[in-house]
Design a binder for this molecule. Structure first.
Ligand SMILES: Cc1cc2nc3c(=O)[nH]c(=O)nc-3n(C[C@H](O)[C@H](O)[C@H](O)COP(=O)(O)OP(=O)(O)OC[C@H]3O[C@@H](n4cnc5c(N)ncnc54)[C@H](O)[C@@H]3O)c2cc1C
Length: 271
């Protein structure tokens, strides 16, 4: 039996215009369309594949979603449930606004300590994305591993659950590494792990009835003075929007197109 918690985050859609709030530089969540982060769809897909493979062998297992976010994160949670996850926990507390990665991981770790399954045991496996599309800190899974004192396998492009173990292929610029850890463990996955399924009509209807537990910081025993923008260890001190993309340089091929492109790339120090 492998009970799994998937960490999911609602993020501003990368296709809409994203901006920071004047003053404290926190993300202006109202300014952009919000979506379930695509990397988290892949994390859910992996959890469902593990559950389905184990079901074929007659083993039980559950997939629970965990998300810290404001009211509108409910939409991302419902979408994730419609993919096939069993239930969800939503940490929703205004004091979390502007929390940095350490505070977010602290809060998620507190919730993970409270989530138990039918066997009264905590999750065997926690699956996260390797990097959220908005904050792009890429550290929350590692910090949770530290708080919970469990092994972490990060940046996995392949993941297999065995008897009491998880193995995976970690891909970095240096190469591909084969890794193994004992369960319980936390892993993070990259966009190469799988292609996430689309929610079916049946899945969308079923999601409406699935349980979503809403926790405040008080429910988790997290002191509000340890989280939020005012208590964060890291602060965004300045922000400059990227200049808009220019039209680029057009090269007409009059027999010398190749050398013109090569000269351009040399000028840009690309080759
Ligand atoms: C422009 C900008 C810059 C920022 N810079 C920093 C910074 O330099 N340092 C810093 O500490 N914080 C920073 N933050 C805050 C950051 O967005 C939040 O603290 C955040 O939740 C953690 O960082 P991340 O989402 O980038 O985490 P990552 O470590 O990139 O996320 C990896 C995975 O962890 C899980 N996860 C992350 N957040 C949640 C959540 N809320 N609920 C459930 N699962 C989650 C998801 O599975 C996700 O795919 C920044 C925010 C913004 C908008």
């Amino acid at each position: 039996m492998t009970n799994i918690v998937v960490l999911i985050k609602q993020v501003p859609d990368t296709w809409s215009e994203r901006k920071l709030t004047d003053g404290d530089y926190t993300l202006d969540r109202e300014a952009a369309d919000a979506v379930l982060d695509e990397i988290n769809e892949r994390a859910i897909e992996e959890a469902l594949l593990i559950k389905e493979a184990q079901a074929k062998e007659g083993q039980d297992g559950e997939v629970t979603l965990l998300s810290a976010g404001p009211d509108r994160a409910t939409d991302a949670i419902r979408k994730a449930l419609s993919m096939g996850a069993d239930k969800a926990v939503h940490i929703n507390d205004p004091a979390l606004h502007g929390s940095d990665a350490v505070q977010t991981a602290w809060t998620l770790a507190a919730a993970l300590g409270q989530i138990t399954f039918d066997n009264e045991e905590p999750a065997d496996l926690i699956i996260a994305g390797n990097e959220a599309t908005d904050g792009r800190v890429g550290a929350v899974p590692a910090i949770i591993a530290e708080y919970l004192g469990i092994p972490q396998l990060t940046q996995l492009r392949k993941l297999t659950v065995g008897d009491g173990t998880v193995t995976g292929e970690r891909e970095t610029d240096e190469g591909v590494f084969g890794l193994e850890a004992s369960l319980p463990a936390i892993v993070s996955v990259t966009e190469k792990i799988n292609e996430p399924r689309f929610p079916s009509f049946k899945g969308i209807m079923a999601a409406k009835k699935k349980e979503v537990l809403v926790y405040s910081l008080a429910d988790l025993g997290v002191d509000p003075d340890t989280v939020g923008v005012a208590n964060a260890g890291t602060t965004v001190t300045a922000s400059t929007p990227k200049p808009p993309r220019t039209a680029g340089e057009r090269i007409a091929d009059e027999g010398d197109g190749g050398s013109k492109i090569a000269a351009y790339l040399v000028g840009q120090k690309i080759i």
